[in-house]
Design a protein around this ligand. Structure first.
Ligand SMILES: Cc1cc2nc3c(=O)[nH]c(=O)nc-3n(C[C@H](O)[C@H](O)[C@H](O)COP(=O)(O)O)c2cc1C
Length: 307
């Protein structure tokens, strides 16, 4: 019998059995994927983005497959924090599935209000979506300006004692300022990247005008953007970074770990392979066993040496 491979990872006060999570908006609220995979194997489920009140999202069409990924403009359709707590959370607790609530809002006050509700309901970890490119108000604007972001995270920190993860995107001008502000404000971790602003165009028949869909791009095509963002963010913070953007196999995971990520989220890949996160975990364990790595730390220390 070989030595057991240890994939355990800590994000703030949250201890995870492994570093592979599922990304917000691609995995529902609780057990939607249970017919496809063993949910108990995942590091944690990150819920769909949740606002104070339920939201209807943007009108259709709001999703378009493009080369190497997809563009979505869902616009934060969600059930609202109260319905999540009443109807979705009990099953997560009953099945003992670790979860992180992805929080979105239109004002600093709304983020704080949701964080307070999470605190009162003993939710252990929240991910603040400060980077959604397809809603009119909030999110992206708050994550773009370091002073606003600092105030927002400080406000949340005042009322929430669990793990606070700040989710960033690449639609910002000064990543170094933003990353430093997140750390200074007392967040526990950064997650990145959110979808990348994009547009799909189709020319009408007879070349009479065109139709388009604008939104956020995700999937394999954004992996190089994500790797670069995380590599740069790593130069400005020692907080744990949860990397995502086009992860589809364990070799993608190695690349994210190499540039500075400590944990990963699997997103768009879930739509084409609903058991992808489980597969990645199994294959990562097999890879580590074959190559003699006993822990994620040993693996990251090894691949981060540049030769
Ligand atoms: C349909 C869809 C809905 C999403 N909804 C959210 C959301 O509610 N909150 C959030 O922070 N990110 C959301 N995202 C972004 C993903 O969590 C992730 O950051 C992004 O898609 C990059 O990872 P991927 O390329 O593996 O999908 C959504 C992505 C997609 C494709």
């Amino acid at each position: 019998m070989g030595i057991k491979t240890d994939l355990s990872t800590k994000i703030g006060s949250l201890s995870l059995q492994n570093p592979v999570l599922t990304a917000s908006g691609t995995f529902g609220y609780n057990t939607e994927y249970e017919n496809f995979m063993d949910l108990e194997k995942i590091g944690a489920i990150v819920t769909k983005g949740i606002t104070l009140k339920p939201g209807q999202g943007n009108p259709q069409p709001r999703i378009k497959e493009v080369c190497g990924g997809l563009i979505n403009s869902i616009g934060l359709e969600n059930i609202g924090i109260h319905e999540f707590i009443d109807k979705k959370m009990p099953l997560l607790l009953e099945k003992k599935l670790p979860f992180i609530v992805n929080v979105a809002g239109e004002s600093l006050r709304e983020y704080k209000e949701i964080a307070k509700i999470c605190q009162n309901n003993e939710i252990r970890a929240i991910e603040l979506n400060l980077s959604c490119p397809n809603v009119e108000k909030g999110c992206l604007e708050f994550g773009r300006d370091d002073e606003t972001l600092y105030r927002l995270v400080c406000g949340v920190r005042e009322v929430f004692s669990g793990t606070v993860i700040v989710k960033l995107g690449t639609n910002i001008s000064f990543p170094e300022r933003i990353v430093s502000a997140v750390q200074k404000a007392g967040a526990d971790a950064i997650s990145a990247i959110n979808t990348v602003k994009a547009m799909h165009v189709s020319i009408n028949p007879g070349y009479k005008g065109f139709k388009y869909i604008k939104g956020g791009m995700s999937g394999r095509c954004i992996k190089p953007i994500a790797l670069n963002f995380i590599y740069e963010a790593r130069q400005h913070t020692d907080l744990p970074i949860i990397g995502m953007g086009g992860i589809n196999n364990p070799y993608d995971v190695l690349e994210f770990l190499a540039v500075g990520a400590d944990a990963l989220q699997v997103g768009t890949g879930n739509f084409t392979q609903p058991d992808l996160s489980e597969k990645i975990i199994d294959e990562l364990v097999a890879f580590m066993e074959t190559n003699g790595y006993r822990s994620i730390k040993e693996l990251t220390d090894s691949i981060r040496q540049r030769k």
